[in-house]
Design a binder for this molecule. Sequence first.
Ligand code: CA
Length: 234
Amino acid sequence: MARILIVEDEAHLADGIRFNLEAEGYDVEVEADGTRALEKLTAEPPAPLDLVILDVMLPGVDGFAVADAMRKSGNFTPVLMLTAKSLPDDVVHGLEAGADDYLAKPFDLAVLLARVKGLLRRRDWARGDPGSLSTARVGDAEVDFGRFEIRTRGQTFRLTLLETMLLKLLVQNAGQVVGKGEILQKVWNLSPDTETRAVDNFVVRLRRYLEADPRAPKHLQTVRGAGYRLVLEG
Ligand code: CA
């Protein structure tokens, strides 16, 4: 049974979401205040949660700041962000702050339930089902999909769900070019023609872990005009 925290100050909306999630068998908590949510999500050790549904407009601290602080504190629980508008800027801002998926208000509760299930499924996919890809070696780096970690040069780096998913997609297609449109669709759940630097920014972050010299990448290569290619050896 997955544990879900809803951070939403509109009581009727929070109650509606809670009622529907509980009916599906989830264990649900609600927090109405941004500052208290931030305290809860940056606590050490992090609260044992499987998913956070995070509204952007909150009293105290907004959802972007909560997501950002959460990631910086090392809490990588998947976040579904509720944005007020479906403006690409808002969506991208949310994803860059560390959200893993988003839903524009107003939304249908059935769509929210589908997103929650989708996000938990994506997390399970990224972690790896038994028998499927659970670790990979990229040069000197050991990628552990189950723990969302990269171990290299004596250090361990934690990955977000989206970073893990991007890396897994590239590992599964090692040696081949994976287009940006396909990445946006499969990892970000965005339309393939979305104008965003999100993929490029994530590639830059992954190169810091995977490459001895991130400015001359040997493993995570850019194929100009086509996409990205991961080379495992070398
Ligand atoms: Ca709100």
